[in-house]
Design a protein around this ligand. Structure first.
Ligand SMILES: Nc1nc2c(ncn2[C@@H]2O[C@H](COP(=O)(O)OP(=O)(O)O)[C@@H](O)[C@H]2O)c(=O)[nH]1
Ligand SMILES: [Mg+2]
Length: 164
């Protein structure tokens, strides 16, 4: 069997990255506030939203995701603001970049409007949708990302602190 795709989750604070990270792993863990880059032991990682929000942390984010094969930009279905740092997703032409519209189960979810926003802003890759609270939705997303075989196998461990 081939090695699992090394993916990285990125996006603003509260986008649902960590909840999705655990849902993809199927490890039954609840997301807590992400203070550090979290690794799964196989090269997949979850990043703190602060990386995304503070220009002085962009270089840390870019270095962190440099080895990832698949960049997953997470954008909540109830958020019509675009916060993507310019150029962030154009750093490495070999990386596949996809967007995941998260939290589509929320009553105020506007997934179509969010998808239109992403396209308006020039997001080039596939745009998928998920509710991380629904196992069937997570399974469909995993299939869409080519991560169906991905599951928890190594203990998650945080090894890098966010530089402040
Ligand atoms: N309704 C709903 N809430 C979600 C979903 N994913 C995450 N959340 C909630 O959104 C909040 C932020 O989630 P978290 O994963 O910590 O976001 P992060 O900052 O991007 O890592 C938490 O209260 C989660 O429980 C989802 O698919 N549906
Ligand atoms: Mg988090």
């Amino acid at each position: 069997m081939s090695a699992p795709t090394r993916f990285a989750l990125l996006g603003p604070v509260e986008a649902g990255k960590s909840t999705l990270f655990h849902a993809l792993r199927g490890d039954g863990c609840q997301a807590r506030k992400t203070q550090a880059v979290e690794y799964d032991g196989e090269g997949c990682l979850d990043t703190p939203g602060e990386f995304f929000s503070h220009p002085r942390l962009y270089h840390a984010l870019i270095n962190t995701i440099a080895e990832s094969e698949l960049l997953i930009y997470v954008h909540p279905a109830n958020d019509l603001q675009w916060r993507m740092p310019p150029g962030l997703l154009e750093v490495n032409a070999r990386q596949r970049v996809v967007a995941v519209i998260s939290k589509i189960d929320l009553p105020d979810a506007q997934a179509d409007a969010v998808e239109a926003l992403l396209r308006e802003q020039g997001f080039p890759g596939d745009i998928l949708r998920v509710s991380s609270l629904r196992p069937d939705s997570v399974a469909a997303l995993k299939a869409g990302l080519g991560l169906s075989n991905y599951a928890v196998s190594a203990a998650a461990h945080s090894t890098e602190q966010v530089e402040r």
